[in-house]
Each structure stands twice: as structure tokens, then as C-alpha cells.
Ligand binder design. Structure first.
Ligand SMILES: [Zn+2]
Ligand SMILES: [Zn+2]
Length: 198
């Protein structure tokens, strides 16, 4: 075969392979402890809409007590992500949920954390409930916040960094007010980086 044809063939196979790889992406949701079905169903429907990939549920896990810090009365999110990496399949992308407060050493708390190398992320529901702030429960608000934090962490998982646009889902939430201000979707620039704007 002519060398040029071989090179073209290699390029074609490379592109084709990448196209397939993108199409094959799926999001697996894993719950630590009890998470209500109405939250899981809402997440599945909306993550499929936003990321345009299938979303399915993995086997539920027990609350990871090994990550509990008695002094802080919080769970170390990085340890939970390490644990998830050990049980996941090689190419899986996992979004996990827990209704316990999370932290990393340098911060008072985190809404969630992502490990893009490991392909795993986690969000905490604890500070998304209006009742956490002494307010009346509001299911719609809880669902919106849960979706925003999930999309945010999954965005990190796909390689996105924090975005300066306060309406973009990739804007960093210092408090729940930041979460309430931002949308559940990516700004055009973040979409371009993810190639979700096609
Ligand atoms: Zn972030
Ligand atoms: Zn953005």
C-alpha cells in the first residue's frame, strides 16, 4: 500500500475512534446512603438533557464511615473519591451523591469535589436543603441546587476549570447564594470547551 494511503487510513481510524469514544460516554450515578427517588429521577432526566449522554444508576453504597472526621463532624470528600476509584470500572464516569456534610482540609466545607483523573465526583446534599439555613423546605429549590452542583462537579470531571461568569454553572460557589444565582447550564465559552454547543 502507498505510504500516503496508510497515513490517511491511520488519521481516519484515529478520528473515527475518538468519535466513537465520545458517543460511548455515560454517566453512572451512585448514592451513598439513602437518597430520595425524586432527586435521582430529576437528576437523570436533566443530566441527559444537558450532557446529551445516557445516565444510569449504579449499586448504592453504604455511608463511607472511613472518611468521617469526628472532630469536624464531616466527611473528607477526597477519601471518598479514592474509595470510588477502587470500585469503578476503567472508563466509567461516576457522579456520586451523599446526604452528609463534606470537607477538604483547607476549607470549612465543600458542596462537592471532582477527581478528573479518576473519573469520579461527589456532591453533598446537606447544604442544599433550605432547612439547613433555617428556611422552609422547598423541593423545587432543592432539585435545582442539586442539579447545579452535579453539573458543576461533572464539568470538572470533563476537564473544565472555574468560570468567571457568575451565571455559568462552572462559577465557584462560596455560599448557597452563588449556587442560587448561577444557571444549571454552561456559558457559551464553557460549552465551546466541552463541545456541547453543536
Ligand atoms: Zn468547582
Ligand atoms: Zn462558563
Amino acid at each position: 500500500m502507498h505510504p500516503k494511503i496508510i497515513i490517511l487510513l491511520i488519521i481516519f481510524l484515529f478520528i473515527f475512534n475518538n468519535l466513537l469514544a465520545k458517543e460511548e460516554m455515560e454517566i453512572k450515578i451512585i448514592s451513598f446512603g439513602q437518597i430520595d427517588d425524586f432527586i435521582l429521577d430529576y437528576l437523570k432526566e436533566n443530566l441527559e438533557r444537558i450532557f446529551k449522554v445516557p445516565v444510569f444508576f449504579g449499586k448504592g453504597q453504604a455511608i463511607p464511615e472511613y472518611a468521617y472526621n469526628k472532630k469536624r463532624r464531616q466527611y473528607l470528600s477526597s477519601l471518598i473519591l479514592d474509595g470510588l476509584c477502587k470500585i469503578k470500572q476503567k472508563d466509567e464516569k461516576i457522579l456520586s451523591l451523599i446526604n452528609q456534610d463534606l470537607y477538604v482540609p483547607k476549607l470549612n466545607f465543600v458542596f462537592g469535589e471532582a477527581d478528573p483523573v479518576g473519573g469520579v465526583c461527589i456532591i453533598s446534599l446537606t447544604r442544599l436543603f433550605p432547612s439547613y439555613y433555617g428556611l422552609k423546605e422547598d423541593k423545587d429549590l432543592l432539585l435545582k441546587r442539586t442539579l447545579k452542583e452535579s453539573v458543576h462537579e461533572f464539568g470538572h470531571l470533563l476537564g473544565l476549570k472555574h468560570c468567571a461568569n457568575i451565571k455559568c454553572v462552572m462559577h465557584f460557589s462560596n455560599s448557597i447564594l452563588d449556587t442560587d444565582i448561577k444557571d444549571d447550564d454552561f456559558c457559551n465559552e464553557c460549552k465551546r470547551l466541552l463541545r456541547l454547543d453543536k
